[in-house]
Design a protein around this ligand. Sequence first.
Ligand SMILES: Nc1ncnc2c1ncn2[C@@H]1O[C@H](COP(=O)(O)OP(=O)(O)OP(=O)(O)O)[C@@H](O)[C@H]1O
Length: 258
Amino acid sequence: MRRNGASGRDGQEAEPILLVADLVKTHRVDGSVVRAVRGVDLRVEPGEFVAVTGPSGAGKSTLLHLLGGLQRPDSGRIELDGRRVDQLGEARWAVLRRRRIGIVFQFFNLVSTLTVADNVELPGLLAGRSARQVRARREELLDELGLAGKEDSTPQDLSGGEQQRVALARALVNRPSLLLADEPTGSLDSKGTREVLGLLTRYHDQGQTIVLVTHDAGVASAADRVVSLFDGRVTDDVRFAEPPTLQGAAGAVVRLTG
Ligand SMILES: Nc1ncnc2c1ncn2[C@@H]1O[C@H](COP(=O)(O)OP(=O)(O)OP(=O)(O)O)[C@@H](O)[C@H]1O
C-alpha cells in the first residue's frame, strides 16, 4: 500500500471527479455547537473506490452529506467534475444530484408506497429522460442486481439486502459520475452485506467512482483507498497498490462476517 498521491490508477495525472478543499461544517442545535468537519481536503480520481472510515462521531456522515449537497458547508470548496458546487442553492443541487450523484443510505430510504420498478425509475423520470429509456435502464439494473421478477413488489415485501439492491439500482439509474454510500451495509445481515459489497465492487470494476462511509474496517477493506477521519479531520489516507478484486472484497467480507 502507499500513502495517497494525486495520480490515478495508471499513475497519470487525471482530472479528479471530486475535489474538496478545507471543508468545514459546524452543527448548531439548542445552543450547543458541534464542529463535525474541521478542514477536510480530499481528491477523488475517476474510477476510485474510497472508503471513509473512523469512529462514531468522527464526521463521516456529515462529510458525505456535504458531498451530496444534502447539507451546506460553512466554508471550503467542493468541485464535482471540475465544477464548483458548494455554493449552489437547493434547487440547483437537486438537479445536479439527479444527474451526477447517486446516494445509497443505511436504511435504504425507498418510497414504501411505490413498487420496486417505480422506485428505481423515479429519479430517471425526474431527470427528464424518456419513459422508454428509463424502463430499459431499470430492466438492465434489476437484472444485474438479481432482482428481475421483483418489479411489482413493494419495499416491505423484500429482505433488507434486496431493499438495498433496489436502492442501489435507484442510485445508478442515471449513470452518476459519483456514487455515495452512507453505511450501506449497516443494517444488513452477513448475507446482505456480502451481496451489497460484491455488487459495489462489481460496479467499481466497471469504472464506477464510489465514496463509501463506514465505521467498519472489514467493509472499508473492500475499497482500494481508505481515508480515516477523527474529530472531523483526515488523519490517514492510504491507497492500496493493487485495486482489490471481487474475490478480494468477498474474502474481506468473509473475514468480517465469518
Ligand atoms: N444534524 C445534526 N445536528 C447536530 N449535530 C449533529 C448533526 N449531525 C451530526 N451531528 C454531530 O456531529 C458529529 C459528527 O457526526 P457524524 O454523524 O457526521 O459522525 P459519524 O462519523 O458519521 O458518526 P456515526 O458513525 O456515529 O454515524 C457528532 O458529534 C454528531 O452528534
